[in-house]
Design a protein around this ligand. Structure first.
Ligand code: ZN
Length: 446
């Protein structure tokens, strides 16, 4: 097998990995949107719906022959590790004849975003990566192994060809609600030759990814919800299902009701089989605050009956929130719709804002941070990140006994070797034989 990291060897986000077998078959693992432009600024709105030829010329789309619409397809398949934009965000540019695989949860999240998010697009030929067993793709066999991460139903991807086995970690951590998956990964993967390992937290200040684990997030939220006397608004990613569970559990413990919007209610509903703990709109103490745009989207997609069901199960009005603010916790995203609601409530109640995602996004600004600034509100930051701490990465690498470890999704590839053995740094665009990566392997040092 030949490994090429098209993007991600020296940056966080925008990952794209290609594997080529001896018979010439090629597959891709992830085609992510970089988190920012090369100068660090945000992408202009609408970038992800611009013509593919332009984006390829500008280097936004990786320069890969035979991948995109408009050329003849030469890639056997794209396999997605999880539903974060920095891993799947450019997948809709892939040639419509190239199948795109993802776990059930990944596919549901892509479809939910297409329903509610303006300009969101999904690949033409989406296929489900089975929960167990391998998928044959040309001369490769591919298996998705469940991992603990901040996106639901995330996978590490184990690829075999030419008698070699490569494990791509995707994004993972050891401190979420599914920590056991981290412990089980070496048993699920078996012997591997090359580990392509994410290293988001490597080289970053301790604590920059929030509290130690999701359990601590839940207990901090519970404490706050018990003592605060007003409406508490928790701002988190709509895909962070662990966080939705934590907020719900904290609400129950504090005697409050969880309020979600129809987008969140819909996303959680599509995941009920994959994440049985994910709170559902028809569960006790779950209410839905209707947002006209979301309701219109449900109606357009033929889900009017579902909207009626959400309404019957627990619609909550602005007046009800205003009359009893301490009876609720509102889980939402940093959007214009959230700010509109906060403004409507401002006449009667001063909300407490909890920022429950990466603190870097708070500094960058956006609708809710601006609202906080305008109103002199200092948000609480209660968060735990989606990426393994360096000591957990070291532990995983040790237990996997990989013959070569290749850093990805990191700004500190050169620091991997400080705490992991057999590290081989590969540059973006460099095609390397797996055989040469493992050639220098002399077993494990003591
Ligand atoms: Zn991720």
């Amino acid at each position: 097998m030949i490994l090429t990291i098209h993007r991600g060897s020296k940056q966080i986000g925008g990952s794209c990995v290609e594997l080529r077998s001896a018979s010439g078959d090629r597959i891709l693992l992830d085609v992510g949107m970089p988190l920012t432009q090369p100068d660090g600024s945000d992408w202009p709105r609408g970038t992800m719906s611009r013509p593919g030829e332009e984006l390829r010329r500008e280097g936004v789309l990786p320069d890969i022959d035979g991948l995109y619409a408009g050329s003849s397809p030469e890639i056997s398949a794209l396999v997605l590790s999880h539903a974060h934009l920095d891993h799947y965000g450019l997948a809709h540019y892939v040639h419509p004849d190239i199948p795109v695989y993802g776990s059930r949860g990944t596919i549901e999240m892509l479809r939910a975003s297409k329903l509610f998010v303006p300009d969101a697009a999904v690949p033409a030929d989406l296929r489900e990566l089975p929960n167990a067993g391998t998928v044959p793709i040309g001369s490769f066999s591919v298996r998705g192994i469940p991992v603990d991460h901040a996106a639901p139903d995330s996978r590490a991807l184990l690829v075999e060809a030419d008698g070699q086995r490569l494990l791509y970690s995707g994004d993972l951590r050891a401190h979420g609600r599914q920590r056991h998956l981290f412990d089980e990964l070496p048993y699920a993967a078996g012997a591997i030759d090359v580990l392509v390992l994410e290293g988001t937290t490597v080289g970053q200040a301790q604590g920059s990814h929030g509290f130690a684990d999701e359990g601590e997030v839940e207990s901090r939220l519970t404490e706050l919800l018990r003592h605060d006397r007003g409406l508490v608004v928790v701002i988190a990613s709509g895909q962070n299902i662990d966080r939705a569970i934590s907020v719900y559990r904290a609400a129950l413990a504090a005697g409050r009701e969880l309020v979600i919007d129809p987008y969140q209610a819909y996303a959680l509903m599509t995941l009920r089989d994959v994440c049985p703990e994910a709170p559902q709109f028809d569960w006790p103490s779950v209410r839905v605050k209707f947002i006209p745009y979301h309701v219109a989207k449900l109606k357009d997609a033929g889900f009017w009956e579902l909207a009626c069901k959400m309404s019957r199960a627990g619609k909550v009005s602005l007046e009800q929130l205003a009359a009893n603010p301490s009876g609720f916790v509102y889980l939402a995203r940093s959007s214009g719709a959230t700010v509109k609601l906060l403004r409507s409530l401002a006449r009667t109640t001063r909300p407490t804002i909890v920022w429950s995602q990466w603190s870097g996004y708070l500094k960058k600004g956006g609708p809710v941070p601006s609202f906080c600034d305008e109103n002199g509100i200092e948000p609480y930051i209660i968060h735990s990140g989606g990426h393994a701490h360096p000591e957990d990465l070291a532990d995983l690498a040790r237990r996997l006994h990989a013959r070569a470890v290749v850093p990805i999704h990191t700004e500190a590839a050169s620091q991997f070797a400080d705490f992991i053995q057999n590290v081989r740094v590969v540059n973006d665009g460099e095609a390397v034989e797996v055989a040469s990566l493992i050639a220098g392997y002399n077993g494990e040092a003591s």
